[in-house]
Design a protein around this ligand. Sequence first.
Ligand SMILES: NC(=O)c1ccc[n+]([C@@H]2O[C@H](COP(=O)([O-])OP(=O)(O)OC[C@H]3O[C@@H](n4cnc5c(N)ncnc54)[C@H](OP(=O)(O)O)[C@@H]3O)[C@@H](O)[C@H]2O)c1
Length: 262
Amino acid sequence: MPGIKDAKSVLVIGATAGIGRALALAIHNLETKPTVIVSGRRQERLDEIATQGERIRTARVDLNTHHDNLKAFVEDILSNYPDLDTILLSSGIQHIFDFKKPETIDFKVLEAELNTNYLSIIKTIILFLPHFLKRSSEGKPSFIIPITSALASAPKPDVPNYCATKAALHSFDISLRAQLKGTNVHVLEIFPPLVESELHDHQGTTPALSKHWMPLDEYTKHTLEGLIRGDPDVTAGFSVGVFEKWEKGKREQVEQATFPSK
Ligand SMILES: NC(=O)c1ccc[n+]([C@@H]2O[C@H](COP(=O)([O-])OP(=O)(O)OC[C@H]3O[C@@H](n4cnc5c(N)ncnc54)[C@H](OP(=O)(O)O)[C@@H]3O)[C@@H](O)[C@H]2O)c1
């Protein structure tokens, strides 16, 4: 199966911390020696990661922006890296909302979470698709690697909007993969369990969650193996059982049932 071992030029958005940073470094260190472009909002973090490997390049972006800016970002990446064959979308945010105190719910935060975790991700994928489809027509493989969550299938009620954004992205991934079937553009969805990262720091929940999370090194090693094999759904730890229970067979059924609407 085509997998990350076939990638030569990889853009990782959300590479300044956590899962994205760890995967960016692990992919950079593959024997196949791909170039890895790391991206995110914090320039000082990007500068630091660039010191970690000779083929690491940086490209600052805030994905929570107008689509004209996303378009300019994608054009800039493709003009600097015309052989780009992989995008790994790790950018994400998470917020707690309490429906027993609806007056505390800030609609701007709701929107930012939806835009960052879903709309900006699918817009970025759509903007890169012409390039990947052109590569496909030339017989070259490309990889789209979104990160969802086990919470896409089994919601955690205190982060309801986050779970909904991940469920939306997961559903989008299934349709995207079904539509791209038969092309050389491969969708490998990463479906993580709770993993050591900075995601929960601003909520003050890290001390409690850290008792249950999968250590980042262990998670990265396991996930890299799945990406090398080209698994369409890359699960680990707790998310293996969630996937088995709620998702098993869904993708295959959608792909078989797909028929043209007109
Ligand atoms: N850790 C978990 O338990 C877990 C479980 C399931 C799924 N996930 C998912 O895994 C992905 C990585 O999360 P993580 O746990 O590694 O969290 P993290 O340590 O907080 O990293 C999140 C990354 O997203 C970037 N980011 C956030 N907003 C952005 C924006 N507007 N534009 C560009 N980049 C942005 C951050 O960089 P800047 O702040 O520099 O922009 C950072 O690099 C997320 O999609 C998350 O939902 C995590």
